[in-house]
Design a protein around this ligand. Structure first.
Ligand SMILES: [Zn+2]
Length: 336
């Protein structure tokens, strides 16, 4: 992600952060609120943390999922097949693209659709590619890394979500989009729009012409041990109510230690292109570590982004929050 401040360009990978930007303020919920003001949650199927973790391990086992490599091709086939087991329709969107360093790649967005005819739709996204270099690592910075958390974790949670949605199918439409080529970007900040190539393409060429969704939820780096998820300002600007709903559900389920009410600067991640090009409000659930200069985990874009950095408990916190939200939304749309 690519991080920027007003005073200095910080070197990182996919995100642009205005650290001193003033975004809309998000109040903390009052912990003493009477229980009847809490969100009434519908029943939802069990989200298996073990299954989600195995999905992360499976991706890591292919090797780094860098575009143009056999590992990337093999993982693409796996993701397509796995979505095909659970979804009504699967689409692989393939397009030529060029990264900031002039590498020609074949980009593949992999899309699973539940209830293609449903009018009320929710978009769920993660990126599935791996950055081609561990450039934040002083050791072997030009070599590839596992990307267990960065890439693998969001896909792992959404594959498990698709498994449980197949077991108890919601009535609303769900579109799961795995974006490619999110992370092959220019860390110097000199090249605009160098990250998020898959979402840039899809948001201009959605798999359904005139695609509409009520809103979208992006998962990025959602498996780190003891991870915090803060209030990302592009999400708050675009979908404030949804942010409050998701963070509220997480708190009710006992995951308030992960979903914290700490504001962080806006990040340019895949959601930004969907918000801008398709006018779909969207939330990014993305790891937040205030201790680090780049505000991500200290193993971000290093060789330590491996399976040991991923905790089933964090995958569960995110997955269960998402499941509770989806089935509660589904019940709401069924009840006039
Ligand atoms: Zn990354």
């Amino acid at each position: 992600m690519q991080l920027k401040t007003i005073n200095a360009y910080l070197i990182t990978s996919v995100c642009v952060i205005l650290l001193d930007a003033c975004g809309p303020s998000v109040p903390k919920p009052d912990p003493d609120l009477p229980t009847d003001t809490k969100i009434q949650l519908a029943a939802y199927p069990t989200f298996s943390a073990d299954s989600a973790f195995q999905y992360v391990a499976k991706q890591v086992a292919f090797g780094p999922r860098v575009p143009n490599t056999p590992e990337h091709a093999r993982c693409a086939a796996f993701l397509r097949n796995e979505l095909a087991r659970f979804c009504d329709t699967v689409i692989v969107q393939t397009a030529p693209d060029t990264t900031y360093d002039g590498t020609r790649i074949t980009m593949k967005n992999i899309i699973g659709v539940f209830n293609p005819q449903a009018k009320n739709r929710i978009l769920l996204c993660a990126h599935w590619d791996t950055r081609p270099f561990a450039d934040q690592d002083p050791n072997r910075p030009r070599e590839r890394f596992d990307g267990a958390n960065d890439g693998g974790s969001g896909v792992g949670v959404l594959l498990e979500m698709s498994r449980i949605m197949h077991s108890r199918k919601p009535g609303i439409g769900i579109d799961i989009v795995f974006f490619d080529a999110e992370d092959w970007g220019d860390a110097s900040g000199k090249v605009d729009h160098s990250y998020c190539l898959g979402s840039q393409y899809w948001s201009k060429n959605p798999h359904v012409p005139g695609y509409k969704a009520m809103y979208g939820i992006l998962l990025d780096m959602v498996g780190g041990k003891d991870a915090l998820f803060g209030l990302e300002m592009n999400s708050v600007s675009s979908a404030r109510e949804l942010v409050m709903q998701l963070w509220g559900i997480a708190g009710q389920l006992g995951y308030g230690k992960h979903f914290v009410y700490a504001e962080r600067g806006p990040i340019t991640d895949d959601h930004v292109y969907v918000i801008h090009n398709l006018q779909i409000p969207m939330v990014d659930i993305i790891q937040y570590d205030p201790e680090n200069r780049h505000q991500f985990a200290d193993y971000w874009h290093t060789h330590n982004d491996n399976l040991e950095s991923v905790a089933p408990a964090t995958l569960k916190a995110v997955g269960e929050t998402l499941a509770a939200h989806i089935y509660t939304e589904d019940a709401r749309w069924k009840t006039p």
